[in-house]
Design a protein around this ligand. Structure first.
Ligand code: BTN
Length: 268
């Protein structure tokens, strides 16, 4: 495994000298990088802040989901000033989709071969199984700060995963059969995030087209839950706001938020 000294699997000196990052906090084991980033970002002056962990004991997913990961995974959060993105308020929902797109593109750079698809709004899938997820939260700070939490199954084999997770998750190493240098991938993701956020601020159409090219759900039967209501139909992709389009028995419904509860051909 790549080692950055001090027992860390990351090259921390390289991360600490990254020109965009104002601060890097590393923990070998931590409950949740999002929890730490939210706490630090609320008081912390120096953003963008990267909180990186080798492993988490209480990783959180969207809703009430947990996020399992083990050694070899990428688990990190980045806190940024929302205003620094210069994204018009009506386009802020696109940050979520742009994050998933950055992950897919970095994986394409790091290990070409597999087809990386995006399950609305930003889960990364390989071979119909989940390889990565994103949890975006807002720190209660002035100015408002976004905490973008990312978990990617990279060099952690799913053979070690708990039985309820193993059948529906996948890691990069299980697909490509080699390991991927974690710091290289992390730096590429950080640069990808900057690029994708800058793109949606000025020319969202290109980002939306790139996202649609990778959409996992288009043409599938889906069921989404929003505010306790279930919406069923065939996914027709996303609209220009990043909302998912669903053709239901009573016409097309577009949802800006919601959770995909079921999609044909995909184990949830
Ligand atoms: C999901 O797919 O439900 C989102 C998963 C997000 C997991 C990442 S791992 C790093 C960061 N810290 C957390 O506790 N969660 C996110």
């Amino acid at each position: 495994m790549e080692t950055g000294g001090n027992g860390s699997p990351f090259d921390l000196d390289r991360l600490r000298s990254h020109p965009w990052l104002a601060d890097v906090v590393y923990h070998d084991r931590i409950e949740s990088t999002n929890d730490t980033a939210l706490r630090l970002a609320s008081a912390h002056a120096r953003v963008p802040l990267l909180v990186l962990a080798r492993s988490q004991s209480a990783g959180r997913g969207r809703g009430d989901h947990r996020w399992w990961s083990s050694d070899g995974a990428l688990t990190f959060s980045i806190a940024i000033d929302a205003a620094s993105l210069d994204i018009p308020p009506d386009r802020l929902p696109l940050v979520s989709l742009a994050t998933g797109l950055a992950l897919a593109r970095s994986l394409e750079n790091g290990a070409s071969g597999p087809s990386y698809r995006l399950k609305w709004p930003n889960d990364v899938y390989i071979n119909e199984r989940k390889a990565g997820g994103v949890l975006i939260e807002t720190a209660p700070s002035r100015p408002p700060r976004l905490v973008i939490g990312i978990g990617l199954n990279v060099n952690n084999t799913m053979r070690d995963a708990p039985p309820e997770i193993a059948p529906r998750a996948i890691s990069l190493t299980d697909v490509v059969g080699t390991t991927v240098p974690l710091t290289d991938l992390l730096v590429d993701v950080i640069e990808g995030l900057r690029r994708e956020y800058a793109a949606i601020a000025v020319r969202p159409a290109e980002s939306l087209a790139a996202w649609r090219d990778r959409c996992l759900l288009t043409g599938r039967d889906v069921e989404l839950v929003v505010g306790g209501r279930a919406v069923q139909g065939v996914c027709r992709g996303i609209d220009e706001r990043g909302a998912i389009r669903i053709a239901t028995a009573s016409g097309e419904v577009t949802l800006v938020t919601g959770e995909v509860r079921r999609a044909s051909g995909i184990l949830e």
